[in-house]
Design a binder for this molecule. Structure first.
Ligand SMILES: *[C@@H]1O[C@H](CO)[C@@H](O)[C@H](O)[C@H]1NC(C)=O
Ligand SMILES: *[C@@H]1O[C@H](CO)[C@@H](O)[C@H](O)[C@H]1NC(C)=O
Ligand SMILES: *[C@@H]1O[C@H](CO)[C@@H](O)[C@H](O)[C@H]1NC(C)=O
Ligand SMILES: *[C@@H]1O[C@H](CO)[C@@H](O)[C@H](O)[C@H]1NC(C)=O
Length: 305
């Protein structure tokens, strides 16, 4: 694994490169191409519809005047825009592998990341959660230039030992967020363990939110999205996505295996565009974006990541 100093050197370079792009756009008008990235909670286990927080969040964004499309190689939920990048039971390293495949293809401009719950579910503690999630976030910044990441703390759990693990993982996430923010990279942390997030009484089965819990999660994500908008972090999605999956049908709550299999029938499109809402801006590949890719290739190679 690359050392922290290398990772942060790369992050700092991104922050530098992206400064002028941020200033050039009104973040609240830029269409969102959101990748919900995680495991069963993101997929929608515990939700009667399979929607997870995703439909509630989309409704909040649309009501706010934003243009939204979700991207991911999987689908779940009883709504049209139900693409998701999440598999039940996945630990951080598996979520990283999902992202390494999906992010370069789908080029989200916002990633909502919820990872680590299943590491705690294995028992014990997870002292390297923060380090590995830092690498995951760094990879997202490289694979989808200009992307913003919102990381969430992991949910409360009614079992004391399980919850203690979650608390220490969340402390690592707070530390990594402070470190990444200190060099100006586009990451914020939202706290699902706050009073605004699901309480133990908002869990369906001790691990996953129920419908009321997912409404709370949507509200917490929405607050985070308003924060990244106000900070001018959101830039137009890349035109260089090679695939957009979703918005083409529903997959009822289903087993992980069959839902994953559905990705083989994904629709390939060459000019992905947001499908909902109003205020869509034309997207294009400017010289700045091309220059950015060149700069990144250099830094990535130099850092040996
Ligand atoms: C950005 O767009 C929003 C929505 O139209 C508007 O309210 C806001 O004033 C704009 N901000 C700037 C800096 O233009
Ligand atoms: C799915 O959505 C449709 C249309 O809104 C609704 O009639 C149906 O009851 C929903 N199904 C479930 C399982 O929620
Ligand atoms: C962290 O990454 C290392 C190196 O890939 C791996 O051996 C370890 O299992 C990972 N730990 C977690 C919690 O993801
Ligand atoms: C789009 O991305 C692919 C793979 O990352 C790259 O090979 C290609 O050169 C890119 N195209 C443009 C127009 O930047």
């Amino acid at each position: 694994m690359a050392s922290f100093s290398h990772i942060f050197a790369v992050l700092a370079w991104f922050a530098f490169l992206h400064g002028s792009e941020v200033a050039a756009s009104n973040s609240s008008l830029v269409p969102f191409r959101i990748m919900p990235l995680g495991a069963s909670v993101t997929f929608g286990v515990g939700s009667t519809t399979g929607d997870s927080y995703r439909k509630d969040l989309e409704d909040l964004l649309l009501a706010n005047g934003n243009t939204v499309t979700y991207v991911g190689t999987n689908k779940n939920g009883n709504f049209t825009d139900n693409a998701v990048e999440a598999v039940s039971g996945f630990v951080i390293s598996q979520i990283s592998a999902l992202a390494n495949t999906a992010v370069p293809q789908l080029k989200p401009n916002l990633v909502l990341l919820d990872a680590g719950t299943n590491n705690c579910n294995q028992g014990g503690t997870v002292p390297d959660a923060g380090a590995n999630v830092t690498s995951l976030i760094n990879n997202i910044f490289q694979q989808s230039p200009g992307a913003t990441v919102i990381l969430t703390t992991i949910l409360v759990n009614p079992a004391a030992a399980q919850d203690a693990c979650r608390v220490t993982v969340n402390e690592q996430y707070t530390a990594l967020a402070n470190k990444i923010q200190s060099i100006g990279a586009k990451l914020i942390l939202v706290d699902m363990r706050s009073l605004a997030g699901p309480l133990v009484t908002d869990l369906a089965d001790g691990r996953h939110s129920n419908d009321a819990g997912y409404v709370k999660m949507a509200n917490v994500w929405f607050s985070g999205i308003q924060e990244v908008i106000s900070k001018g972090m959101i830039v137009k999605p890349s035109t260089n996505a090679t695939a957009v999956v979703g918005s083409t049908g529903n997959v009822a709550k289903s087993s992980t295996t069959s839902a994953r299999a559905s990705q083989t029938s994904s629709t390939l499109v060459t000019t992905p565009s947001p499908v909902k809402g109003s205020g869509t801006r034309a997207v294009g590949t400017g010289g700045r974006e091309a220059g950015l890719r060149v700069g990144m290739g250099f830094m990535v190679a130099a850092a040996g990541i």
